[in-house]
Design a protein around this ligand. Structure first.
Ligand code: SF4
Ligand code: SF4
Length: 169
């Protein structure tokens, strides 16, 4: 993966004082279940500018529990670094398709799950109540995505963001 730029450098500078003690990995719940997710190793490789460590959307494996940040003896906030990296990567078009789908559903229908007309038909067949989000709630969601900057980031992604309301899948 070819990555560069001042934004990236500003993020990576936050890792310079890491002395590779491994405390972050020892407490990471994701590292316990996913062998190739290792915060200490990620930090080392990032400092070496070996961005292959981010392949396969690795940054998105993080559960954002902040344990690594709370335990680091060097006060490195690795969970925040990962969030900044995800924002940076999204702007490069590197975002998991599932995450993009979640955003689309949130923005257009106000629900964080794929909710298509096909699902609506299946719910109706199962006699489940209709899922509706009122316009006021959608406006609030829209305001939140705008204020957090997420709307701008996602719409700068070089992937077509279509309206799932029109999907038949
Ligand atoms: S706990 Fe802090 S100093 Fe130790 S390896 Fe992790 S980031 Fe580096
Ligand atoms: S914030 Fe992410 S990297 Fe840090 S301990 Fe939690 S899951 Fe692991």
């Amino acid at each position: 993966m070819e990555l560069e730029g001042e934004e990236l450098e500003a993020i990576l500078r936050k890792l310079y004082v890491c002395y590779q003690c491994g405390t972050c990995t020892a407490g990471c719940p994701v590292a316990r279940v996913i062998a190739d997710f290792n915060p200490r190793q990620m930090i080392l490789r990032l400092k070496q500018r070996d961005f292959a460590i981010l392949d396969n959307f690795k940054a998105w494996y993080c559960a954002a529990c902040h344990t690594c940040s709370e335990h680091c003896p060097q006060n490195i906030k690795f969970s925040e670094v990962l969030m900044e990296l995800k924002n940076y990567l999204a702007k490069q078009g590197e975002i998991p398709p599932g995450t993009l789908m979640i955003y689309k559903d949130l923005e257009y229908v106000g629900i964080i799950s794929e909710f298509t007309q096909a699902i609506a038909r299946r719910r109706a067949a199962l006699k489940l109540p209709e899922v509706q989000v009122d316009d006021e709630t959608l406006k609030e969601i829209s305001k939140l995505t705008e204020l957090t900057g997420w709307h701008d980031i996602i719409h700068s992604v070089k992937v077509q963001v279509s309206n799932p309301k029109n999907s038949e899948d």
